[in-house]
Design a protein around this ligand. Structure first.
Ligand code: NAD
Ligand code: UDP
Length: 311
């Protein structure tokens, strides 16, 4: 039987790729988004699909629909956007989680939370394993996002223990690819857009901080495998590409791959910017039989091609 699947944040970067993949494999998809950071053009090609439905809705308000599975992705993900209205960011994570968990409880739907590596904060354990509790500033500029996502995880596990809700918690590490917003503010899109415009590349600090970048197609595959995994696998499960780079190395790669004349322009380091980040994906390897297949150079080339075509 065709499954009816709700994707919140479905007009965003990850959400639009997820909707596309679910439609391809034959599911009915209800995409819910308030267009805070999402874009109509991300889902324009899906609007005429007979199994796709879009609803403009803010997840901080209750939603009454009948569905079999929920992927809860609604939340701005870029520091620039989640710090623009930090109170709304916390509301989206916390009240949004309560509303979607309530919906899952009533409809007995399985629900997956798009959590984040930010729950580890500026980590002392490297690479990060799922049972590390993290080092997060509760009162800083990033806290609305980090603590909002941590509280959402708490709600997911309490609904699971208290109401036997079938949950899946994915801790997603930095993911990039086509359909990132050009003004998104995250590092990969920033560097590519700057390079293609022939502008300087804004490197925060010395660029010695590290991240591990996962290409979107790999990540979507992992989210679907996690949703489809046996009920005992509730997570949290780290999902990301474990190959670690410094931000200065990323800048050099973008300059080389675009052939841009750009030079590096150093900017102050933002507050609470994590110094290192790399997922330990042993659990995902074992339980989902998953690991990333697209290396950074290949993923960057595809993303550069997308921005060249759309800008
Ligand atoms: P994105 O900003 O492109 O997508 C988020 C979507 O949620 C947007 O379409 C936005 O309009 C929508 N949204 C925001 N607030 C909403 C609300 N109150 N009601 C309804 N819709 C709302 O970001 P993304 O990269 O696609 O991230 C998707 C999810 O994955 C987020 O929850 C994010 O925290 C998580 N995540 C992403 C990454 C990454 O690297 N891309 C890493 C970790 C976690
Ligand atoms: N960064 C940078 N220049 C930019 C944007 C980001 O040097 O124009 C750095 C940022 O300080 C951080 C890393 O790149 O150390 C990743 O930033 P992003 O906002 O993409 O995601 P984060 O992992 O910090 O949430």
């Amino acid at each position: 039987m065709t499954k009816k699947i709700l994707v919140t944040g479905g007009a965003g970067f990850l959400g639009s790729h997820l909707c596309e993949r679910l439609l391809e494999r034959g599911d009915d998809v209800l995409c819910v988004d308030n267009f805070f950071t999402g874009q109509r053009r991300n889902i324009a090609h899906l609007m005429s699909h007979e199994r796709f439905e879009f609803m403009r809705h803010d997840v901080t308000f209750p939603l009454y629909v009948e569905i079999d599975e929920i992927y809860n992705l609604a939340c701005p993900a870029s520091p620039v956007h989640y710090q623009f209205d930090p109170v709304q960011t916390t509301k989206t994570s916390v009240i949004g989680a309560i509303n979607m968990l309530g919906l899952a409880k009533r409809t007995k739907a399985k629900i997956l939370q798009a959590s984040t590596s930010e729950v580890y904060g500026d980590p002392e354990v490297h690479p990060q394993v799922e049972d590390y509790w993290g080092r997060v500033n509760p009162i800083g500029l990033r806290s609305c996002y980090d603590e909002g996502k941590r509280c959402a995880e708490t709600l997911f596990f309490d609904y699971h223990r208290q109401h036997r809700t079938r949950i899946k918690v994915a801790r997603i590490f930095n993911t990039y690819g086509p359909r990132m917003h050009p003004n998104d503010g995250r590092v990969v899109s920033n560097f590519i857009v700057q390079a293609l415009a022939g502008h300087d590349i804004t490197l925060y600090g010395e660029g010695r901080q590290t991240r591990s970048f996962c290409y979107v197609d790999d990540l979507i595959e992992a989210l679907i495998r996690l949703m489809d995994s046996p009920d005992d696998l509730v997570g949290p499960v780290n999902l990301g590409n474990p190959v670690e780079f410094t931000i200065a190395e990323l800048a050099q790669k973008v300059i080389a791959l675009t052939g841009a004349p750009s030079t590096l322009a150093h900017r102050p380091m933002p507050s609470d910017d994590p110094r290192q980040r790399q997922p330990d994906i042993s659990l995902a390897r074992q339980r989902l039989g998953w690991e990333p297949t697209i290396a950074l150079d290949e993923g960057l080339s595809r993303t550069i091609a997308y921005f060249k075509a759309t800008l």
